[in-house]
Write a protein that binds this ligand. Structure first.
Ligand code: ZN
Ligand code: ZN
Length: 192
């Protein structure tokens, strides 16, 4: 971090656990009441500059913190970013993405968060987790044709340059769909 960034960081993550000098971050599992007091142990909500502090949008919890580099247009930052950065002791790098291990994006306890170096790595983690829960083997892929997970050895697989899997399809399913396609084509020719 540059000295300027460090100054902003220190103004947000205060040593006593307070946040931006106003609030103390106490993330809870999703089951906790969704109120500003439930998400934050309030130390400054009676402050005249207080603007509500916590909102939940699209299943993410946001904290009002306009001095943070990752704020949205309304001055809010996703809470999981704040929890990760406090643990790391520095701002996340531009490409870094925070993943929720139990896939509950409102469960921002530190032990539920993992920092990925890029969105590509993040997507790989999601794909492997989905495969593990679907079939018990994180290395298997889901066939885009029959929607079943299977050994990639039995599939045609296309991989993006950044390492993400673009798609996998069984050779058998592929052959079947090609057969159907040529049947349709023949039918079209017949009617032309
Ligand atoms: Zn994730
Ligand atoms: Zn298939």
């Amino acid at each position: 971090m540059t000295p300027a960034e460090q100054t902003i960081f220190d103004s947000i993550y205060l040593p006593d656990g307070a946040l931006g000098g106003q609030e103390r971050l106490v993330p809870r599992p999703n089951s906790q009441a969704e109120t500003p007091e439930g998400a934050l142990m309030s130390s400054g909500s009676k402050c005249p500059r207080w603007k509500g502090g916590v909102v939940v949008r699209n299943n993410y919890r946001y904290i009002f913190l306009p001095q943070h580099p990752r704020v949205d247009n309304n001055g809010y930052v996703r809470e999981h970013i704040l929890v990760a950065e406090r643990a790391l002791g520095e701002f996340l790098k531009d490409d870094e993405v925070v993943h929720h291990l139990n896939e509950d994006t409102l469960d921002n306890r530190q032990e539920n968060l993992m920092v990925c170096e890029s969105e590509a790595v993040h997507q790989i983690i999601h794909r492997r987790a989905r495969a593990f829960y679907a079939c018990g083997n994180p290395d298997w892929l889901r066939c885009i044709l029959c929607k079943k997970h299977d050994d990639p050895e039995k599939m045609y697989v296309r991989i993006y340059r950044d390492g993400r899997c673009c798609w996998g399809r069984h050779r058998k399913c592929h052959a079947e769909s090609e057969k159907q396609r040529s049947k349709v084509k023949a039918l079209c020719l017949h009617f032309n």
